[in-house]
Design a protein around this ligand. Structure first.
Ligand SMILES: Nc1ncnc2c1ncn2[C@@H]1O[C@H](COP(=O)(O)OP(=O)(O)OP(=O)(O)O)[C@@H](O)[C@H]1O
Ligand SMILES: [Mg+2]
Length: 385
């Protein structure tokens, strides 16, 4: 259940709060025609800040999401992701900063913002006593889609989210993943031009997660703007045009997945030797293939060479090792993942390290400098695997 909202779907609460029911002349009532003036940035925020007593939940966060693109807000537990979404969706007032969503000011025109957005909160907020069909039908009617269209839309979405078989059961009988999917379907009922999804795939099984990615990609292909939060780096990598990494309420990096990956350097060749006593010899032999300092780890018998040129250095390395009769257990080219980026930026892993670590280590990477700390962080993570 949503922390802030219990009971009806977020869409319904948003409508109620905006002077329920939705104005007759809202874009939804006009059949979803996107006639309002969508500025080039569908979402814009400058200097957002929020404190809860001593806790700084958000500290000077600015972001821009061009219309028809996806911004991934990435961060570990407690980073400030939900706080950011709640401010942008008018469910929470910022202490400082300004934001415009779909052409309306979140502070001065919350009703307009609510008409133009769909929200799926971190915790599914569905009416337990209504069926899946009734939940979606009700949202459609509250958006003035009309009786027939609301029903059609409910059926369409139940099919899209593979909930047809459970459509006529009260949602209190749904599993967690089913509720999650229904809540997301609810956010899409009125086909809003701007969509906020707070951890849309947390708790979904792998198939449902892939389905969800497809749904999001299709929506964006049709011009919808999406701001989604995630702790899954792979998800941000797959879906987001731009990524904002936040930690402890502060922005620590932004850019495309590729740009962020470049911050931790390029690809590298990783070689696990069979015999630890041959590590130093292998290193001397392979050092000419490296484009930067080579590292070695006796405990894991691992040699890491920064390289460029894809699989070329891999083939060369295999030849050199074979000629010298040095045996390897494993060898491969590894490209940096967003996990590497997160670790490099924060000094802790994206998901599990966040709580254990407490305060983040100094932020190597803000200046784009590959530092000792960065390498150490990566090695620490590797050791803890
Ligand atoms: N209502 C509240 N009262 C007090 N502190 C709060 C409240 N809501 C959030 N916080 C604190 O603000 C910080 C940011 O919380 P937020 O929910 O935005 O994080 P998050 O990035 O969404 O985390 P998660 O991945 O766990 O959902 C946390 O330290 C949290 O404890
Ligand atoms: Mg959250």
């Amino acid at each position: 259940m949503a922390r802030s909202l219990s009971g009806p779907p977020v869409q319904v609460v948003a409508l109620m709060a905006s002077g329920y029911p939705a104005p007759e002349n809202s874009w939804a009532a006009r059949g979803g025609a996107r006639t309002f003036d969508v500025v080039s940035h569908a979402i814009q925020a400058v200097g957002l800040a929020k404190r809860y007593g001593e806790v700084v939940a958000l500290d000077d966060v600015s972001l821009e999401v061009p219309a028809g693109t996806v911004l991934g807000l990435l961060g570990p537990n407690g980073a400030g992701k939900t706080t950011c979404i709640r401010i942008l969706t008018t469910l929470l007032r910022a202490d400082a900063g300004e934001a415009r969503v779909a052409g309306a000011d979140v502070r001065r025109e919350p009703g307009l913002v609510r008409e133009r957005i769909g929200v799926s909160g971190q915790y599914a907020a569905v009416d337990e006593y209504l069926t899946g069909f009734e939940n979606l039908d009700m949202i459609g009617q509250l958006y003035h889609l009309g009786r027939r269209r609301s029903r059609e839309r409910a059926r369409e979405l139940l099919a899209k989210f593979r909930l047809e078989d459970a459509a006529d059961r009260p949602t209190k009988t749904y599993s967690g993943g089913m509720r999650r999917r229904l809540d997301l379907a609810g956010a899409l009922v009125a086909d809003p031009p701007v969509l906020f999804l707070d951890e849309p795939t947390t708790g979904l099984d792998p198939r449902s997660r892939l389905d969800m990615w497809e749904v999001i990609q299709t929506l964006v292909g049709g011009g919808t703007t999406v701001l989604l939060t995630t702790q899954y780096l792979e998800e941000a990598d797959q879906l987001a045009d731009d990524i904002l990494v936040i930690d402890h309420g502060r922005t620590i990096a932004r850019g495309s997945a590729d740009q962020l990956k470049r911050q931790v350097g390029g690809e590298r060749l990783e070689i696990v030797m069979t015999d630890v006593t041959e590590l130093a010899r292998a290193r001397r032999l392979l050092e000419p293939l490296a484009t930067g300092p080579v590292t070695q780890d006796e405990r894991t018998r691992l040699l890491v060479l920064p390289t460029a040129g894809g699989t070329g250095p891999l083939v060369d390395a295999l030849h050199l090792l074979d000629d010298a009769r040095l045996s390897v257990d494993d060898i491969g080219v590894r490209r940096p993942t967003l996990d590497d980026v997160f670790l490099a930026l924060t000094g802790h892993a994206a998901v599990d390290g966040a709580e254990a670590d407490g305060a983040a280590a100094p932020l190597a990477g803000q200046d784009g400098r590959p530092g000792e700390h960065r390498r150490h962080a990566r090695e620490t993570a590797r050791e803890s695997r």
